[in-house]
Design a protein around this ligand. Structure first.
Ligand code: NAD
Length: 346
């Protein structure tokens, strides 16, 4: 008898509720995903070391364990009878990865290998990796599709590409299904606003709400694909049960390109204040352009982004407490003055 059960055994037709483990499930994307899956009636377990996550974002009846994704014995227990694993635990700052590449390698690559080893030992149906569009690096042809030759330009991107390779290799060798979703620039309520190298959307919105300046690296003409968190969660949820996705890479974006200058103007219009936009041209704005070709996600996942950038920004302003009480710093806003941000960083 094989020691592994196939996904077909584990996600049986008619067996609606699945056992799901989310690593990094107390983080921004992880908590939104956990909440959605929980609402759908699945049995969700979360492991997170809380290096940046917050367990209060999770409903109290979700099983939460504080732990490091590199702790294999801990994972053995958590993986018992699990159908689908979402691997989101990672260090996520591009600039920090340039300063601390060893740490990024340890957590993002080492953590993925440890998880995959534990999945092999225990036997799971499918592992879904939250990979990143940064693996593409600079690409002439836009929108970028999954066949593009990757040119990772920073350690964070290298770590995500290595994680993908381990995912597919270990899945092939061990008999579980694997999917890597290359997520573009996700945004929405609950996105962390760290004291340095903050993602552009919460940083710019907070600055504009408070009447401060928005400092952008480069000339602000670099463009990105901003995708609302609910759309990202749609893709992640669909990846759990979609057929014909084994060993597949799938882009998750909005399919629309927006320059940082346009974005800041749009945030200003959402807030109802003219932004004071300053450019720091001594610093690079990063990759010139990165926009997703989402045809594969449409075909394989039935994915159709539903939230426009205008709608998403309005919802962010309304729903995220960070922008409601603009005068006071919160636990997600450890400094009341914000240094310059660079281009969106994941
Ligand atoms: P996040 O920082 O909010 O979430 C990451 C979570 O992982 C945090 O809760 C953190 O505490 C946890 N974590 C970190 N190291 C850990 C470890 N060693 N053991 C256990 N838990 C650990 O970031 P996010 O934006 O929610 O990103 C989630 C995933 O999606 C990451 O893998 C990231 O690379 C990927 N991603 C995010 C974006 C985006 O735009 N937000 C884009 C592309 C890819």
């Amino acid at each position: 008898m094989t020691m592994w059960r196939t996904l077909a055994d584990k996600i049986r037709p008619g067996k609606k509720a699945m056992n799901i483990l989310i690593t990094g499930g107390a983080g921004f994307i992880g908590a939104h995903l956990a909440n959605r899956l929980h609402r759908q009636g699945h049995h969700v377990r979360v492991v997170d070391d809380l290096s940046s996550g917050d367990p209060s974002r999770l409903p109290s009846d979700i099983f939460f364990r504080r732990g490091d994704v590199r702790d294999v014995p801990n994972l053995w227990a958590l993986l018992h009878d699990v159908d689908v694993v979402y691997h989101l635990a990672a260090k996520v700052s591009v600039p920090a990865s340039i300063l601390y590449p060893r740490e990024y390698n340890d957590v993002n690559v080492g953590g993925t290998v440890a998880l995959l080893e534990a999945c092999r030992d225990v036997g799971v149906g499918r592992v879904i990796l939250a990979s990143s569009a940064t693996v593409y690096g600079d690409q002439q042809r836009q929108p970028v599709d999954e066949e593009a030759r990757c040119r990772p330009g920073v350690p964070y991107a290298v770590s995500k590409l290595a994680a993908e390779q381990y995912l597919f290799t270990m899945g092939r060798l061990s008999g579980f299904e694997t999917v890597a979703l290359r997520i573009f620039n996700a945004y929405g309520p609950g996105q962390p606003l760290p004291p340095s190298h903050a993602p552009i959307i919460p940083y710019a919105m907070r600055q504009i709400v408070q009447g401060g300046s928005v400092i952008v690296f480069g000339d602000g003409r670099q463009s990105r694909d901003f995708v609302y968190i609910d759309d990202v969660v749609d893709a992640l949820v669909a990846a759990a049960t979609a057929s014909q996705v084994d060993q597949t890479i799938i882009n998750v974006g909005s399919g629309r390109s927006t320059s940082i200058n346009q974005l800041v103007e749009l945030i200003g219009a959402t807030v109802g204040r003219r932004p004071n936009l300053l450019h720091n041209r001594e610093k690079s704005g990063g990759i010139h352009q990165l926009v997703a070709d989402i045809r594969k996600a449409e075909q394989l996942l039935g994915y159709h982004p539903r939230v426009t950038l205008e709608q998403g920004l309005r919802r962010l302003l309304k729903e995220d407490p960070l922008f409601r009480d603009s005068g006071r710093p919160s636990s997600r806003d450890p400094l009341s003055t914000q240094p310059a941000t660079d281009a969106p960083n994941q």
